[in-house]
Design a protein around this ligand. Structure first.
Ligand SMILES: Nc1ncnc2c1ncn2[C@@H]1O[C@H](COP(=O)(O)OP(=O)(O)OP(=O)(O)O)[C@@H](O)[C@H]1O
Length: 119
């Protein structure tokens, strides 16, 4: 039970570390807060909340995984190595792919209700 609690605390430490030291993670947190605030304002349905929270969760988790890959590569080598480049670029690529999808999901979720709210 104590070891499960410790693992949980280490995971929280990782999230706090990301929030303190990772610029992109901070940007995603700001977007997450903004979109959640707008979702409250626009009275999102349960289905829309489900999609929004899932998208935010995957985005933040991918960003932390990307940071983990970057640090692992930096720990292994400070020299230029093609595999180090590939590892970092592949991890960044995964974040990029989901970022594009997240923007599309954001437009689909918010465009209609926002136009209705403004007009
Ligand atoms: N050891 C290395 N060998 C070869 N290429 C590297 C190495 N380290 C970094 N690179 C290349 O330089 C790019 C920038 O690396 P860096 O470590 O600054 O990460 P970053 O993508 O800028 O991360 P951040 O999210 O912190 O801005 C990487 O995406 C990779 O293409």
């Amino acid at each position: 039970m104590i070891s499960i609690l410790k693992s949980f605390l280490y995971a929280i430490e990782g999230v706090i570390d990301g929030g303190r030291n990772e610029r992109n993670f901070k940007i995603h947190i700001v977007f997450a807060i903004l979109t959640v605030s707008f979702a409250f304002l626009l009275n999102f349905s349960l289905t829309k909340w489900f999609i929004l929270l899932l998208t935010i969760g995957i985005m933040l988790a991918l960003e932390l995984m990307n940071s983990a890959v970057e640090r692992t590569v930096d720990l292994i080598t400070e020299d230029y190595h093609p595999l180090a480049k590939q590892a970092k670029d592949l991890a960044a690529g995964s974040v990029f792919i989901f970022s594009v999808i997240a923007v599309i999901i954001g437009i689909l979720l918010f465009a209609g209700p926002l136009i209705e709210y403004i007009v």
